[in-house]
Design a binder for this molecule. Structure first.
Ligand code: PEP
Length: 248
């Protein structure tokens, strides 16, 4: 399976910083399209800028969240149709920061994924356990329940999503899941997807993936790419991750 490398810029960037980063990525990639799919999930106010700067490049544009509603009186929200206006292809839903800081439930995440599919976008559905849940031996049950809600809502269209396994304790902490820990959860998620008739769905790993650990993680069976936060803001590091994903 062709690997998918998605950058999650989170709430970082500025017009000047984005220009410098995207210029460096384009220069680093050169004219050859990478042998993996690359998506950059940028903050909503920078979609127009990123769309312009990515024009003609092999990198795809992504967003970090979408409204569960179609349109109307939802102040501050961004609809799937608005993302389409900027040629957005991928959109993260259910990131643990949204689940934790904004109270997003499994049902809300499923509704957002459905909105994206209806608009022709690819949802990157994040699942992952907290440290307390891992220590209580609940990891598989937690991620299966999170993914299960999405499968129940999407039915046959589950085959059109991407999933990102992001252990909450590994996000932004510099603490990465061991290859064995990641492999076990990826195997469980792939098995669940297969039973749902969605065997081809890529399952990405996210959580302090960087230029040093990317090769070992991507070499694990069932790890089909990465969702990368901090390391995606440094052009040299992100280029190394793209390059590692292009050979595995
Ligand atoms: C993320 O925000 O999805 C993420 C994986 O962040 P980091 O790579 O910084 O841990």
């Amino acid at each position: 399976m062709r690997k998918l490398i998605a950058a999650n810029w989170k709430m970082n960037g500025s017009l000047a910083a984005n220009q410098a980063l995207l210029d460096a990525l384009r220069t680093g990639l050169g004219s050859e399209a990478p042998a993996c799919t690359v998506a950059l999930c940028v903050p909503a106010p920078y979609l127009a800028q990123a769309q312009g700067l990515l024009s003609g490049s092999a990198m795809q544009l992504g967003a970090q969240d979408v409204s569960a509603h179609e349109a109307g009186a939802y102040t501050g929200e961004v609809s799937a149709a608005m993302l389409v206006d900027f040629a957005v292809r991928y959109c993260i839903v259910g990131h643990s920061e949204r689940r934790q800081c904004h109270g997003e439930t499994d049902a809300m995440v499923a509704a957002k994924a459905a909105r994206l599919l209806a608009a022709g976008l690819v949802p990157i559905v994040c699942v992952g356990e907290t440290l307390a849940q891992r220590e209580a031996g609940q990891t598989e049950a937690v991620v299966r329940a999170q993914l299960g809600a999405v499968i129940a809502a999407l039915g046959a269209r589950t085959s059109e999503i991407a999933v990102a396994y992001e252990p909450v304790w590994a996000i932004g902490t510099g603490r990465t899941a061991t290859p064995e820990q990641a492999r076990a959860v990826h195997a469980a998620l792939h098995e669940q997807l297969q039973r749902a008739g969605a065997a081809g769905v890529p399952v990405l790993y996210g959580g302090s993936m960087n230029a040093q650990n990317v090769r070992e993680l991507l070499a694990q069976p069932g790890i089909d790419g990465g969702l990368i936060g901090g390391a995606s803001l440094k052009a040299a590091d992100f280029l190394q991750i793209i390059s590692a994903a292009s050979v595995n």
